[in-house]
Design a protein around this ligand. Structure first.
Ligand SMILES: Nc1ncnc2c1ncn2[C@@H]1O[C@H](COP(=O)(O)OP(=O)(O)OP(=O)(O)O)[C@@H](O)[C@H]1O
Ligand SMILES: [Mg+2]
Length: 241
């Protein structure tokens, strides 16, 4: 039987009167890449924020490797092995690539400088950033910043990586390489949740797709089946209630 790394049960989140997540549940098998899709404002980033402990759910629970982590603070969740990237890259702009990734390892994961340096080297190799290690992030293009987000998350030695729209802003040649990077990361044994809007990207990159709309789950299954699902098609045509 497949091992479940993450179990999300009945998650609800309100922002004032807005029901941002409404009864979201799924199980994620270890080693898989699950695509998380939904139109703008569907609740994708909110779900990432809840899994990482940035927000507390109003209802529901989250188990990671069989342990209930609901309500844990984000630094504790990071140290247990869940890392995330930001939709809009948020590096320390005055630091170099190497320094940014090192800080993530040392302070995000709480590992020694020596151990963090080994992780930084591995993370930069996996994300094609080794040759940019001394570049200040304020001088970097979108593609490198997106990769840096991933490298910073990798430096915390995650078992589960949540990647929020890594392909947004990339061109047609940069995109396949980003997908290859994510696939290589998965080969190292990391489970991934990938948020993405572009169906074609999803289809190539993931094992299953989970779709939410206005905070509610509407489909979960193999990419081919999800893309044929009438509710999903309606959502993306803007006709979903
Ligand atoms: N901190 C917050 N305070 C109030 N409302 C919020 C907050 N964060 C998110 N929201 C609202 O919750 C809903 C879901 O937002 P979320 O950012 O999770 O959507 P998303 O699916 O990631 O969208 P996008 O594709 O545009 O990134 C939106 O209506 C958003 O405006
Ligand atoms: Mg978002």
């Amino acid at each position: 039987m497949e091992d479940t790394i993450l179990s999300v049960r009945g998650i609800k989140k309100y922002f004032g009167g807005l029901h941002a997540l409404n009864n979201v549940s799924f199980d994620l098998p270890k080693g898989q890449i699950m695509g998380l899709m939904g139109p703008n404002g569907a609740g994708k980033t909110t779900l990432v924020n809840i899994i990482c402990g940035f927000y507390k759910p109003d209802e529901g629970s989250i188990a990671f490797e069989g342990k209930d982590i609901s309500g844990f603070p984000s630094h504790k969740i990071c140290r247990l092995g869940i890392a995330r990237t930001y939709q809009i890259p948020q590096p320390f702009w005055e630091l170099t690539v190497w320094q940014n990734v090192l800080v993530a390892g040392m302070y995000g994961k709480g590992i020694s400088r020596l151990e963090a340096e080994t992780e930084v080297q591995k993370a930069l190799e996996l994300t094609d950033l080794s040759d940019k290690k001394d570049v200040h992030t304020k001088h970097m293009a979108t593609i490198s910043l997106k990769r840096l987000e991933v490298a910073r998350a990798l430096a915390t030695k995650p078992k589960l990586l949540l990647v929020d729209e890594p392909a947004a802003g990339l061109n047609e040649t940069e995109l396949p390489r980003m997908l290859e990077i994510l696939s290589n990361i998965r080969q190292t044994g990391v489970t991934i949740i990938l948020i993405e809007h572009v169906m074609k990207v999803m289809k190539e990159a993931v094992d299953t797709i989970f779709v939410i709309n206005e905070g509610k789950p509407i489909a979960h299954g193999l990419p081919d089946d999800v893309m044929k699902d009438e509710k999903v098609i309606e959502c993306y045509l803007g006709e979903c209630d």
